[in-house]
Every structure is written in C-alpha cells, then in structure tokens.
Design a protein around this ligand. Structure first.
Ligand code: GLA
Length: 379
C-alpha cells in the first residue's frame, strides 16, 4: 500500500518502509508524568512510511492524509506554522542531527489509519515512525529507548506539547498480543500477555479533544504543586509516585480540596496499575475489569478529565453483557474509551454501544475491535 503510494508520487521504488502503531492505554492514566506506572498496548492501526535516499541534504515529505507536501533542508530545520503535520518529522530529524547522526536527504511518503485527535497517539506514531524510518534507511544502530526519548523530546520541545513518555514508548516497544507494563521513573518494562478470548474494544466519541492541551498543562502544574505541599508535611517526596495513601491523608489539611483530589487520583491509579498487572498475570480478568471501572470513576471525579460523551460511552458499556471493564483512555476531554469484552460478545457490544450513544446524545461513535500489536522498534 505505502510502497504503491510512494511509486505513484515519486515514480520509483522506495528503499525502505517503516510502520509505527497507535496505542490504547488499558490502565494508568496521567501517571506517566508523575513518574508512575502505565499499562498500554499498541494497536493494529498504524502510520506507515516509505522512502528513498537522495544524494543531497533535502527532505521531501508527502502526507497522504493531509494530501500535501513539504520540503526542508537538514541543515536548517525549523518549525512549519502552516503544515503543522510536518513538525513531528522535522523535530525528530532535527534532534537526530543535533545528536551527531548525519542524515541524508530523502524522499518520503507517510499516512495511515490511526484516527487523528482521537487520543490514540497518532502524533507519537508519526514521531516514532520517523525515527524507525531513519534507523532503517541509514542502518543506524540506535537503541530503541534512546529513540523513544528523542521522539518525546520532539513532541515536548519542537512541537511544544508537554506529554509524558507513555505514547512514544508503546508505539516503539509494543508486542503482539501483549500489554506493556512500564515504570515511567526508570523506564524498566515488561510485556504482559493478553488472553485471546477477550477483545480490546475502542469506542471513539468523535469529539475532538478541544480542552485537552490547556487542561493537561493545568493538571501537570497541579501535580507539581501537590508534591511541593505534601513534601512540606511528610518525608521527602520527589513526585506523586512517592506518595502513599497515608502521606496524602497526613497532608490533607495543607492541600486545597482540588489539589487533594488530583493527588488522590494519581496515588490510587498507581496502586490500581500494580494490582492490574498482578491480576492480569494471574488470569483474573474480572478483577482487572473492576480496576478499569474504578480508574474511570477516579478520572471523572478526582482528576476531572472526562466529558459527558466519554461518561455516556462508559455507562452504556458497563450495562452490556460480556463487558469486563470500561473507562476513558488517553488524556481525556474527548477521544476514546477502552473496553475489555469477552470475545463472543464483542460484536453485539459494539452494536449496543453505538446505538446507546446515538440514543442518548444523537452522536455517532466509531468502534474498533483491536489486536495488541508489535511496536515500530520492537526487538
Ligand atoms: C497523553 C500524553 C501521555 C499521557 C496521557 C495520559 O496521551 O501524551 O503522555 O500523559 O495523555 O495518561
């Protein structure tokens, strides 16, 4: 597919193709930038790249999804204020060059089926896909985790979005039929098998994440403030990862009501992830589902990042036969829910949620029954 597009645009065959998946987070939301734990899976939707070396230092990129092209020189990589879709590619290329990798000019095309602004990390897939593309094209011997960090840096510093490391990490290091348990403090990770008699069903509310960036920044600041205030009352804590429920109780009087609730979400969510990994490994999917449900309630009431649409999708899901757990996934304020559903019930579940959402809000949800997939840089 992507090879054919390359041929149609550039009239020749590509040297390499690379592919980076989107992701869905099963549990561990807003914990990554608090040095905490997450459990995402890469999905079978990806952004694909094809390209060929050029003899000069010019990079030409064609986006299939935006039906547009850009051209830039590797000697002077700047942000594009109009074709902003190209900034993920520019940013990753710039930081590779700055780190001493000598890239070559290239003709590239990219596109895929990760829905945009739906909270399934299409931007991380573009960043990680770009890194995978350069690695393959130039046979660079670069460590996957190094490229994950560089991709995140492109998003944080070049594009200007202050995300954590989860999305780039899972897009790079996902594994087929597995979720990935990641400690965002020291980046140690392990893959946890998912049973094939349950399906990951993603329901897209269709609502673009309008407030997502500004509210995300507010949450980030609130977490930092909470840490500073808790540190004044209890033992040294560097981040909310270090805070135990007892520390939080002890700090209740110094925290505002809002900061207390924000911190409580992170503290309880970290505990939920740890238990979720344990019960998933033990095959107790009922308990895993309960933890997903509790995560939603905490995101809705304590962290306040859900939305009416996400709540309706989750409430409809909770009533369906065969559903083990349902929650919002990603940053919130629109985007998607993630549902764990017994295989035999998955089709009927999708239909019932579609109908329930339409009846309640007059809106159309897109539903994807996903398979956990391999990452772009998986070893
Ligand atoms: C976005 C960010 C991630 C993470 C999630 C919330 O997807 O990019 O780093 O913080 O939100 O869990």
């Amino acid at each position: 597919m992507i090879e054919q597009s390359f041929r149609a645009i550039y009239g020749t065959t590509p040297d390499v193709v690379a592919r980076a998946p989107g992701r869905v987070n099963l549990i561990g939301e807003h914990t990554d930038y608090n040095d905490g734990f997450v459990l995402p899976a890469a999905i079978d939707r990806s952004i694909d790249f094809a390209g060929r070396k050029r003899a000069d230092r010019v990079v030409r990129v064609h986006s299939l999804d935006f039906d547009g092209s850009v051209e830039f020189s590797l000697d002077d990589i700047r942000k594009d204020s109009k074709k902003t879709w190209s900034n993920y590619i520019r940013g990753v290329s710039k930081y590779l060059e700055e780190d001493g990798q000598r890239l070559s000019g290239a003709d590239m095309v990219f596109g895929g089926n990760v829905p945009r602004e739906a909270g399934l990390s299409s931007s991380a897939a573009v960043e990680v896909g770009t890194a995978a593309f350069w690695r393959k094209l130039l046979r660079l011997e670069l460590d996957p985790v190094y490229l994950v960090k560089l991709s995140r840096k492109a998003e944080n510093q070049f594009v200007g979005v202050p995300c954590g490391i989860m999305d780039q990490f899972i897009s790079a290091l996902g594994r087929e039929n597995h979720a990935l348990f990641l400690d965002c403090r020291n980046l140690s990770y392990r893959h946890v098998p998912l049973r094939d008699d349950v399906k990951i069903v993603v329901c897209n509310s269709g609502v673009k994440r309008a407030l997502a960036q500004s509210e995300y920044e507010v949450r980030l600041k609130q977490c930092r403030q909470a840490v500073a205030q808790i540190a004044s009352t209890s033992r040294a804590v560097k981040s909310l990862r270090d805070v135990e429920p007892a520390d939080l109780e002890a700090a209740r009087s110094v925290l505002s009501k809002v900061l207390f609730r924000r911190a409580r979400h992170i503290v309880t969510e970290n505990h939920r992830v740890l238990e979720a990994v344990k019960v998933l490994e033990a095959g107790d999917l009922e308990r895993f589902g309960e933890l997903m449900n509790a995560s939603h309630v905490s995101l809705r009431d304590d962290y306040e990042v859900s939305s009416k649409e996400l709540d309706v999708l989750v409430e409809v899901a909770w009533k369906q036969p065969g559903v083990l757990g349902a929650r919002m996934t990603g940053a919130g304020f629109g985007g998607c829910t993630v549902n764990l559903v017994r295989q035999e019930a998955a089709e009927a579940f999708a239909e019932a949620v579609r109908r329930g959402y339409q009846d309640a809000l007059g809106l159309k949800a897109e539903i994807y029954i996903c398979k956990a997939s391999r990452g772009a840089l998986s070893i």
